[in-house]
Design a protein around this ligand. Structure first.
Ligand SMILES: [Zn+2]
Length: 237
């Protein structure tokens, strides 16, 4: 079971992991929020569930709606899209059994969904192509070399259909030039960016309140955000 993180816990995760790659940062957030589950269990989560949990945690920490930013390919305008974490997460389906089967020309192919562990392992690859090949190798019951490329493509599609939140595609039209755009949301990087911003703002607030009132860090973190903002307002006069 996942539970919300307190300000003290979130700050501790940030402090220990700010130098880590995004997937490890996402794993650290979930490890703190899911104390009953081992790191190994979390690594075996299908990627869609990893994204779903991260966005749920985001909603608990920072509110349900969030804004992702991308750049228009045609005119370089910054394009913002606002999303609702709970409705996005509702797209997730019940995770199927660990092995799935697809009937192809080559016969039945057995595979499992890519997990967080697979993504982390593929992070070692030099190119995107090599990374996707590595993930396929790990997820197929039998070596991928023997399979036709159409079969591999069909397996990839079946994986995406079975785990819709593994790839979160956002799309819209550029407000300046009207160009249609689409981009994939990198949930781990996105959530961590918000954690980073929150941590810097929180430390700044602690600094101001400690200097003004002589309170200790732990005391300031115990204040509700509303009360903390009220005191900050008084400092700014
Ligand atoms: Zn544009």
């Amino acid at each position: 079971m996942m539970r919300p993180l307190s300000a003290v816990e979130l700050l501790a995760v940030w402090e220990e992991n700010w130098r880590q790659p995004p997937l490890w940062q996402g794993l650290a957030l979930l490890a703190a929020a899911c104390p009953d589950e081992s790191g190994a269990t979390l690594m075996e989560m299908p990627v869609g569930r990893f994204n779903q949990r991260l966005l749920t945690l985001y909603g608990w920490c920072f509110g349900p709606s969030f804004t992702a930013v991308t750049t228009c390919a045609a005119c370089s305008e910054l394009v913002e899209v606002t999303l609702d974490a709970p409705s996005l997460c509702a797209q997730g389906v019940e995770q199927p059994a660990s092995w799935l089967e697809l009937d192809c020309n080559d016969g039945a192919v057995r595979f499992r969904l890519p997990t967080l562990g697979d993504l982390i392992a593929a992070g070692e690859a030099a190119t995107v192509l090599e990374a996707s090949r590595m993930i396929m190798e790990r997820c197929l019951e039998n070596p991928a070399d023997a399979l036709a490329s159409e079969t591999l493509a069909a397996v990839t599609t079946a994986m995406e259909n079975a785990d819709p939140l593994a790839l979160i595609e956002l799309s819209g039209a550029c407000p300046r030039c009207g160009q249609r755009w689409s981009a994939f949301l990198d949930a781990a990087s996105f959530v961590w960016r918000e954690v980073q911003t929150w941590a810097q703002r929180t430390l700044q607030e602690i600094h101001l309140l400690a200097r003004a009132y002589g309170w200790r860090e732990a005391e300031i973190l115990e204040l509700s955000p509303t009360r903390r903002q009220a005191y900050l307002q008084m400092i700014y006069g």
